[in-house]
Write a protein that binds this ligand. Structure first.
Ligand SMILES: [Zn+2]
Length: 139
């Protein structure tokens, strides 16, 4: 069925190749906001309010809270003071941009893996530098 250019699949990523379907179906229409008012708790299969929601308010969640690398990144115009401008999944964000945000265990795990990989790469680069003859200065 037509999707009107939606950038997120009608399900949430909870593992490297594992997604869950949203139920009831209207949850599939939950839009992104960089200043979200709900969070999909994928462990408890619950929709969690992040702050007070008034009648008529649109429910919005932070797509990178569940999506690591989005297949269809998009320019965000949510208007929030903290708007990222470009939404492509948690993998594209800095630790500062993710600070204070509620993330699913899957995203937290991927972030930890990415941080470990980065640390290992830095460590390897340091070792290579130390092993290189006549390289660098000392301080
Ligand atoms: Zn935004």
């Amino acid at each position: 069925m037509p999707t009107q250019g939606r950038s997120v699949p009608p399900n949430l990523q909870v593992g490297a190749s594992k997604h869950i379907l949203l139920s009831p179906e209207w949850l599939e229409n939950t839009n992104h906001s960089c200043d979200p008012n709900v969070f999909f708790n994928t462990e408890a299969s619950a929709l969690l309010a992040l702050r007070a929601i008034a009648p008529g308010d649109e429910l919005c969640f932070f797509y990178p809270s569940t999506e690591w690398a989005m297949g269809e990144p998009f320019a965000c115009r949510c208007g929030a003071a903290t708007c990222l401008g470009h939404v492509a999944g948690a993998s594209a964000l800095t630790p500062q941009q993710l600070e204070g945000r509620r993330l699913t265990p899957y995203i937290q795990q991927r972030l930890a893996e990415a941080a470990a990989a980065k640390a290992a790469t830095a460590e390897a680069a340091k070792a290579a530098e130390a092993a290189a003859p006549g390289g660098g200065g000392s301080g």
